[in-house]
Design a protein. Sequence first.
Length: 319
Amino acid sequence: MKKTILLATMTGLAVLTLSAQKPALVLPTIHSRPILQVCFSADNRFMATCAGTEEIKLWEQKTGRLIRTVQTPLPVSNISLSKDGARLVCGTYPGVSEYTESADGVKPDINTEVQVWDMVSGKKLRTLKALGQPIRIEHVEISDDGNLALATFKEQITVWDVRSGAEKWTIEGWGIGDFCPDGANLLLNQNGTLSLVDCNNGQQTPILNDSCALYACQGDAVVMLTKGMVLKRWDIRSKSFSAEVAVGLEADYFGSYPGQDIRFSQDGTQLGVLNTVDFNTEETYGVRWQFRSFDANTGKFLTKRDTMEYDNGWGFLTP
């Protein structure tokens, strides 16, 4: 497994190789405001960034070369790339000046948008509409083939057909969803309860109740990390668990800090788990990284690294 972490600092990016003490690639200043989200294409060629401003940046992941800056009509807070990096779905928000101190956080007459962009031409393809005019987009995803899009709002999850712009279905409640590579299913985590959802009709198959912290999908395999630091493997076809193993990570901040990640290697044979733990001494403070890799089929422990420290930011495992 290519053991690298992409670290998002206040305005820049650093690619950290787990075998080295210093970043291999540093992009010190790429946005005028702190980075809100980084996303990757599944083929490991591209990454995109947004910072709550009216722009999205597309990068070549290996070299850090800026490919394109897309100007958007509204500030962007959430992004997701298709497998080849050709399409991007984003969630917009009205901007700091439009927020209030109400329970909803946004004025009721302000509607945010889910937009689909062609990252080759830099043109917007369409705006996706959801029933009920929901506000506060908290998460977006696009399928590997770029044909389906998902958005999590404050009280609902909606999936669209990107080609027609038609809404396929909506599930009430809050949750984080990710499309499986086959595009036929998605994984939905609602407050620790993980379900497999049919992309065609929204039918849910429960997998794990109340204890899921992170999850990933590769082929017919779903791997999840519980809040008790146990890796579990679940088979989509048989709908049964096949393996589990204790991870050996600190659980103090797990599930609440934004810098954790779980990801399959590109060939699907290994699984990487990244955790971050705050450290605070009289001299300094920051984040300590904990990395573990496992055999994706058996759960056998392979490697670990616990000594990486960085001043600030959050991290993501690269594909």
